[in-house]
Unconditional design. Sequence first.
Length: 396
Amino acid sequence: MTVSKVTYQNWRNIEQCEVQLRPGINVLWGNNAQGKSNILEGIYYFARGRSFRGAKDRELIRFGESFANAAIDFRKDGYTGDTRLMASIPLSGKKKLYRNGAALSSAAEMMGSFRAVLFCPSNLTIVTGGPAERRTFLDIAISQLSGAYLTWLRRYTKILTERNALIKRAKDGERVTVEEWAVYAEGLSECGAWIAAYRNEYVKMLSDAVGRYFQGMTGGREVPAMEYTSHALYDGIPMPLTSADVPDRTILCEKLMNNVEREVAAGVTLWGIHKDDVVLSLNGREARLYGSQGQQRSIVLSMKLAEAEIANRIGGEYPVILLDDVFSELDDSRRSYILDTLGSEGDNTRQIIITSCEPDVIPGHRAAYVCFNRVAEGGIHNEKSTFAPSDSGEVM
Ligand SMILES: Nc1ncnc2c1ncn2[C@@H]1O[C@H](COP(=O)(O)OP(=O)(O)O)[C@@H](O)[C@H]1O
Ligand SMILES: [Mg+2]
């Protein structure tokens, strides 16, 4: 998947701007607070239907203006024509989304057509934060690959909310029958077993890929491991992303049925996949507690690159990779290895868009693939040769 052009109007600090992008590596460089992240925010908006910074739509509108527009032209591998997605966000009223000029009814309808993986500094919490951060990473990644997963997740969340309300009423003295508890236990354990099975398989794939990246980056000095931990898992859990076996739900169901009293005392559902986690370790020690910041950053970056690799394996196409302000902080050997890996061409196109304060973030031999743009005051200024590394080939 390749983005060829993004256009912005009143988007954050960008009054009006068109950004041309190329296949391969693109670097957007410029001083702080010029609009680099705003540009990536605009691109990623079309993958997730919202800002990656958690901003509300209206916060995207340039101060003092009454609307923001953004549009992206991208091409799926193997297709000859571009697809255009457009978002029009008014200060009051509903946003409007379009695909090739035709109005879409919701962000959900837009999602799935343009795919991107984003890595920004705040993603470090995937390693350093609580289990919810890691579950969210998995949920977003797997939902992009499987509509069935998203359905299980939504059903689970709905039943969990209802069961928690029931637990509160039971705590307040309402009588709840065993049959009633059983209905919820059945529902939660069915959805939960599927969700755990998907996540478990996904983490296995992730772990393989991340292991390879680390082998390459550190020559085997740092060996990562990832393990999905869940109340719902048992030996021989199936692989729903790649096969169709039905997972066994009895383990989770029994846990729920056997612990109703404790849950009523606690006032909340204590067992289930909403408590699950992924343990990330490096050389046998938990990375959250013992990893250096550079190692933690390498783990998250590897997880994001692995996410793109798995999306290609299962979905048949690489998502666009957006790296916001994170690449320049890796040491030279890690940077070179990652570029070599990303640069080695398979059948499918890999496009990477990197933001940086430094123009020379890409080692010289990769310069031929680089489109240098300088971002200043919400606009793009193409710098064709000024900052090209001296030994480079043609700089696009
Ligand atoms: N809604 C908005 N309207 C105008 N300017 C904005 C808006 N939101 C953020 N900004 C400005 O955008 C700039 C930051 O842009 P950003 O893309 O984060 O910079 P960087 O180039 O460092 O990534 C800041 O100066 C900020 O004040
Ligand atoms: Mg930034």
